[in-house]
Every structure is written in C-alpha cells, then in structure tokens.
Design a protein around this ligand. Sequence first.
Ligand code: ADP
Length: 500
Amino acid sequence: MATATQAVPLTEHVSKYVAKTRQMLINGKWVDAASGKTFPTYNPATGDVLANVAEGDKEDINRAVTAARHAFDNGPWRKLSPGERARMIWKLADLVEKHAEEFAQLESLDNGKPLTIARVADLPGTIEMFRYMAGWATKIEGNTIPLVLQGGGKFLAYTLREPVGVVGQIIPWNFPLLMAAWKLAPALATGCCVVLKPAEQTPLTALLLGELVQEAGIPDGVVNIVPGYGETAGAALAAHDKVDKVAFTGSTEVGKLILKAAAGNLKKVSLELGGKSPNLVFNDADIDATIPGAAMAIFFNHGQCCCAGSRLYVEDKQFDKVVDGVSQLASKIRIGNGLDPSTDMGPLVSEEQLNRVCGYLESGYHEGAKAAVGGKRHGAKGYFVEPTVLVNTNEKMKVVREEIFGPVVTATPFKNIDDLVAKANDTEYGLAAGVWTKDIAKAHHVASMLRAGSVWINCYNVFDPALPFGGYKQSGWGREMGHEVLELYTEVKSVCTPIA
Ligand code: ADP
C-alpha cells in the first residue's frame, strides 16, 4: 500500500471557514451555545484540531425546537405554495453546486474522505437529492375514496397529505453533507420544519449548508442546525415533547436509544441503522467485473458505509481467484491525506473508529481468521487502516457477525444456493446485498430470497434520489429517498361529508 503525500491548496473561503469558531443556526441567527461552550472537530489525517464549534446541549435544542415550532405553527412556511417551496429547494441545490469545491474540501478535511470522492459522489448526490425533492414538493397528493358502507354517491370522501410537523434529524459522520441532504430535502418538500443535529465528528459541512439555506430564502426557523454531542444534544432532541418526529441515521445501538427517548410523546420515528451486508458471487459471474465490484463494495468510503458489502461469499470454484483479485486491488490502494488528489483511501474518521476497527481485527485473529491482505493500522499518525481481506472465517466469528464499519471484508466459500441464502440471511441486519451472476433467473430468484432493503445485481453501492433505501430487521424503519420517503414526513388526514 503506497502512501500519497501531496495536498491541493485550500480555497480562501475554506481556510477562513475553519479558522473561525463556528456558531449554530437558530431561528435564522448564528448564535453561540447558551452555555458558551465549544468543542473541537479534528482532521483525522493528522489528529490535529481542525476547527472549534459551538457545543449545543439541551437548552440550545430547546431554543431550536421552539423556533421550529413557531415557524411551523405560525410562520410563513406553511402558507407558501408548494411551487414557492420547490423553487427555494431548487435554489438551495444551485447554491450547493456553486460552492461544490468548498464543500468537497471541507468534507475531506473533517471526515478524511478523498477530495476526489467527495467531488464525484457526495456533492452530486447532495445536489440531486435537493433537486429531486424540489420536484416532489408540487406533487404531494391525496385520493378520493369511494366509501364501502355508506352506499354509492352519498358521501364525498378524500385524503389530504399534510406535513408531519417539527422534525428532529440526527445524522452520522460517514457522509456528513449527503446525510444532511437526505434528511432536509424531503422535510422541506413536504413543508416540515427541522432541527438538525450533525455528528460531533463532522459538523462543518452541515453548518455551511445552513448559510445557503438562508441565502436560498427559506424562512427563519424552518431549518435550525445545532451541533453537539449525541448523549446531550442528540438525546435532548430525540426526547423533546414538542418534536413530532425524529429521523435518525446511525448505529443500531443508538437507534434503540432514540426509540426509547421518542416514547415520551410517541413522536414518529424513522431509523436508518447498521448493516452486515452479504455480497454473493456465483461461479458463473463475470469475474473480471466482479472483482473490482466486490473491492469497491467494501472499500468505498473506507468501509464506513452502513451498506458496505462486508461479507463476501464466493462459490467454491471461483473462491481463490476472487480473493486473490480483491486482495491485489486492495494492495494497490493508495492511502493518504484526503486532500491529495492521488489518494484512494483516507483515514478513518476518528481515533475511536481506528481503535474499534483494530479491535475487530485482533478478535478475528484470535478466533482463527487470517488476513489475505492488509490487516493492521497504516502509519503512526492519523487514523489509517489497511484495506483488509480476512479468510479462514466462519459464521460464529465476531468479524462475520458484527458491523466493523471499516475497510475489512470477510471472505467465505459456499457450495449451493440454499446454503448460501441461509448464510446471507443469518444476520440481525437487513440493509443491502449484492449478487454477481450472468444467470438472470438465478439473480432474480436470489434477490427475492434475500431479507434486505436493497439488492444490487452485478453492481454495488448504486444510490439514487429516486431509489428507496432502508433496512429490514434491525437495519431500520422506513425508506429514505424515492417517493416512499414522503410517507415518513407526512400525516394522512381523511375528510368526508354527505353530499346526498
Ligand atoms: P457511530 O457509532 O457510528 O459514531 P452513532 O450512532 O453513535 O454512530 O452516531 C450517529 C449520530 O447519533 C450522531 O449524530 C451522534 O451524535 C448521535 N447520537 C449518539 N448517541 C446518541 C443518543 N444517545 N441520543 C441521540 N443521538 C445520539
């Protein structure tokens, strides 16, 4: 694994942005935390402090929820026509596009991901999510309903789809800007008001987005952004009794805490949680396409994807070839500072993640797994881990059962489809799966048998604003993106009246 070394120069805006303590956005104003406290966010490539940020806690969440409540109950937002809302969301997309390079640099600095990846994945995904949802703002409709019991023609009955209200949104650090867009875009399209809490590891791009929300003309209080820690700000948001719904993306463990906190006022809950996704390769697959596909399935974003293809199952005849191929590609991945254009893989997001991933590697070795490639920390500075393929694995091992959230894939051979499907589904998660075969009927048969929210056939990690994404089992509740997400942000009202 080579080390990349050259970094692109920061734009003047980004240099200035990180030099100043960042405030939080409440009711259209940039303010300090009520406590006056700040917290550092780090550059994971060096471990140095990148910027200081206002540290929101319960009181700031309360201020933000009060602002969102006011904007929803009394403010101009609900009185705007869907067309006006759509134009503001579209304008926000245009503004993000205009500032794309700044966002990409800031994301790379704060999260560690390669600038080149932020430019081609995170930014287009963010911009198109806002555009796609801007389109939906004008197409949220109810139905007219012929009543069953009342006799034909005696009643006019119809449904209205109304915004769910004030939404608390808690997002993770793996795609900080993109996750903010996945959450904000449908909330704005449906006419909700929001308190967004970015992850403490990566608050900067969500805060920069807040500036553009204002520039796009979205009224004060509609979007409030409160950075802070999960146990304080996040927990206060999930528990707040004036919040109508909480939308969360993060670990399954924290998802369960969110659910408990939400029980106080029975707010609606949607959850996009962890995964341990199987990637299934049959003997008849196009192996030349499968090998880079399987490598990308796990190593994209350093394996810090809830849907990472982290369990590779390969039919026996192709097992050695696929493991060798993925290992060779892994050995060529250039690890380095995300700002270096030649970097393929940056650091993990934090020291905590570094320790967690290395701890899993140790547990794997202890239980008998072997690294076909990689297998340890890379360098002594920053939070880098070598892309790793583990072989000699079995279903009982922690590395096969638990989400590692790092660049580590386990490879296991299989003999027949029934055995494979049972193995693939033998997990508490159900977020995604991959299937690699040239046999169309087999591909669709296996897709139908997999208990997962997304199945990619002869591809992996294909995301689109129009394609719903979410989990079966303990991978979550609800679907983000596509028109399905509109259900998460709307209430259905039935209206009927006698007409004869
Ligand atoms: P990870 O383990 O990958 O860091 P988490 O699930 O801990 O992911 O974090 C995802 C988001 O959830 C972050 O914004 C974090 O601050 C927030 N969070 C963490 N703990 C809590 C909690 N107890 N209540 C609400 N939000 C939380």
